[in-house]
Write a protein that binds this ligand. Sequence first.
Ligand SMILES: [Mn+2]
Length: 422
Amino acid sequence: MTNKIIASHNDGLIKTHQSDLDFIINKLNQKGIDSNQVIDNLAKFQVAIPSWALGTGGTRFGRFPGGGEPGTLEEKIKDVGLLHQLNASSGAISLHIPWDIPENANQIKSLAEEFNLKFDAVNSNTFQDQADANQSYKFGSLCHTKAEVRNQAIAHNKEVIDYGKELGSKALTVWLADGSTFPGQSNFREALRRTYNSLSDIYSHLPEDWKMLVEYKPYEPNFYSMVIPDWGTSHLLASKLGEKALTLVDLGHHLPNTNIEQVVAILMMQEKLGGFHFNDSKYGDDDLTVGSLKPYQLFLIFCELVDGMNQTANPELGWMIDASHNVKDPLEDLLQSVEAILLAYAQAQIVDWEGLRQAREENDVVSAQEILQEAFRTDVRALVAQSRLQQGAAIDPVKVYRSAETRKELINLRGYTQSTGL
Ligand SMILES: [Mn+2]
């Protein structure tokens, strides 16, 4: 897409945008909130796009690709580059190995630089067998009873770190499908002990300035037990492993009604929250568009993140979308997700934090609720749009993507392709 298309799109919306912006700036001014500070913080906030989210996902029952999907790593980088050009907030890509092995690291790096993209955390994959593998992960990887299987999984994770090093990544994300599907199948203690030992071996391979992000999930693909089922187990492992190991929260990896904002607060108090995988869900790990179902929960989570970033010594966090798009154009879905994240972040910044502190101190429950909902019910869309506009991106990314018929153009270019991975 040319910058000219974006500029002319902005010209068409600028009048309405300006009046919306004036309204919110004025409203915030009256409350003593500096809108420019909020806009600056939004501009700095970058959400990594995973290489596997650029194509249409599916369910166990079918997949309906829409065409024009990226078939190579180069094309995936171009797609993320396009998103970043439209919203100025998708300045990083997160690779999944072996789905996206960078054959020529320098070439891939310079292509990413052309689009102002950095490489975020690299992700290992021991949840499926690769064609050339000697050992099978059918009964687990890092937790496996057989040393040869564990060693293969450990070597793979070390290889992923090496790929990441070449690209300038600074973190390894480990998500394990390991667990058991039937009672009696696995010794809980031994499985966790073996997993810790394997992680410890991988940890020893981390460069000095790297992090290891340990993800958790309560069920699926195993349905009786998962070796790292919850944040407590991840925190336990991260604490034992060392300073570079941190817990990663994936919003879809909780049992229904879990108080995720409280999990965030506790992990930040412990200075052990490493990053986020954003998505939304109604039932389980639905991997739906961020903010499509529970925008208030997302706001409450961001309240804890903003407060935690101000009040604790938790290390800098990594942000990534981890979603799957079955019925939407993946690029439109990602634009919607990033927008939802930025809206929640903006709303959390305009909370009357001092008022909330006082209300809590006085046990004034009603005021505490009023204060939070006052921020949540404020329309901050113009602030997010302004942050984009100031960086030369689109006031309304989805609108310009559609009016420029971008998907049609991608289909013309690539044909009815289906993305690799997944
Ligand atoms: Mn995840």
